[in-house]
Design a protein around this ligand. Structure first.
Ligand code: TRH
Length: 373
């Protein structure tokens, strides 16, 4: 089988982060010949240092990576089209490709891989079809998600084993230093959070891979800029700026921290597999559409926590996602959240197990496509 996955990098890292993870898994675990078409190899390289951003066509770990020059991408002949075509996260296959897909016999399975959401409507839209208005092609909508009626989440087959091998058994917050990883979209909430940690009664070590929020970190410590290797101290807080990690390194960072601040889609899912308390900075959307998604996820995830812990999670996540939260309110919300850390971590293990039971997104996609080939 050959699959073509198209990834248009809109901004940030989530689109390519998840597309690359999927491509790798299809190849490594399902033996599929995958070509990943990406329009921004520079961004891709941040997650995958082995990639050469100046090469149009290369193989990385057995996956064919192609630079996708948008609408100008040369059309293959019908034989050049894969058995399965995936448009990842709003990407659109260029028109010359559509024509080649329509000319192919049999037609490829055409899949629109959607963004992740915990909202109720997702189950109703998962696997829906839409015929092309002109060409003899049918698009299938495939939704990742958190319930059995969705496509599930990306998770490598040996992830649990890798995590177990990488981590010696540990007590949460061993040695009384709370270690956190910090990734997010930045803004005034960052300074408020760092202030809360600086005033904490117990030491906090914040490990901060390069991201936009470094500007807020620098401002909090009264520095013009923050660069890789910088270490800042204030009160109970030590902050260390790390280079942007490769995806496997980032997983190890999440596994080793007591609490992970994550964002968007892919790091949000990785934090769930890390089975540690996490705090989600949701991708902000026009008109505040992201709040409904945040609440929908909390409804599902918080259902396994005691009422007190669920309320503490909800409130801290809300504060962290506000544009400009009042610093005292955010500090109080952090303390209340962290009081429940043992319960949240214990529940996180059960939550991850419940998600594994839905099957992983790559395997679910393979089954779905195979049934239609
Ligand atoms: O970068 P993001 O904000 O991506 C977002 C979301 O996917 C959102 O849904 C989408 O609409 C928007 O992009 C365009 O956050 P996300 O999804 O967590 O992606 C970050 C990726 O970067 C993820 O694969 C983890 C990875 N990563 C590393 O590999 N190393 C690092 O050091 C860090 C901090 C992240």
């Amino acid at each position: 089988m050959r699959w073509d996955i198209f990834c248009n990098v809109v901004d940030h890292f989530g689109d390519i982060g998840a597309s690359w993870r999927l491509a790798r898994q299809l190849h490594v675990e399902h033996g599929i010949d995958v070509r990943l078409w990406v329009d921004d190899l520079g961004t891709f390289r941040r997650l995958c240092p082995e990639l050469d951003p100046h090469t149009r066509s290369q193989s990385v770990g057995g996956v064919g990576v192609r630079r996708w020059a948008g609408a100008d991408t040369a059309a293959p002949d019908a034989d050049g089209v894969g058995d399965v075509i995936v448009e990842a996260f709003g990407s659109r296959v260029p028109m010359p490709w559509m024509t080649a897909m329509a000319a192919r016999d049999p037609k490829p399975v055409w899949i629109n891989l959607e963004y992740l959401s915990a909202e109720d409507w997702v189950e109703g839209c998962h696997r829906l079809t839409s015929p092309h208005p002109r060409l003899p092609l049918t698009k299938h909508f495939f939704f990742p998600g958190f319930t059995a009626g969705t496509g599930g989440l990306l998770r490598e087959r040996d992830l649990g084993l890798q995590r177990e091998q990488a981590l010696p058994a540990r007590e949460p917050c061993a040695g009384n230093v709370t270690t956190v990883s910090l990734f997010g979209y930045g803004g005034p909430a960052v300074g408020a959070l760092l202030a809360a940690w600086a005033h904490s009664t117990e030491p906090v070590l914040a490990l901060i891979p390069e991201s936009v929020l470094l500007a807020d970190v620098a401002a909090f410590f009264g520095s013009a800029a923050a660069a890789v290797g910088d270490r800042f101290e204030r009160g109970a807080l030590s902050a260390l700026v790390l280079p942007f990690q490769s995806q496997p390194q980032y997983d190890r960072l999440l596994w080793s921290c007591d609490c992970n601040f994550v964002r968007g889609e892919d790091s949000f899912v990785r934090a769930q597999w890390a089975e540690r308390p996490f705090v989600w900075n949701i991708y902000p959307q026009a008109g505040g559409a992201h709040w409904a998604k945040l609440h929908a996820f909390h409804e599902r995830y918080g259902a396994g926590l005691s009422a007190d812990a669920a309320a503490a999670v909800r409130e801290f996540w809300r504060q962290w996602n506000l544009k400009d939260p009042p610093a005292p309110a955010l500090a109080t919300a952090w303390r209340r959240f962290w009081i429940h850390r043992t319960e949240i971590e214990k529940w996180g293990r059960e939550w991850a197990r419940s998600q594994v039971a839905h099957g992983d997104l790559a395997s679910n996609l393979v089954r779905f496509a195979s049934e239609r080939l």
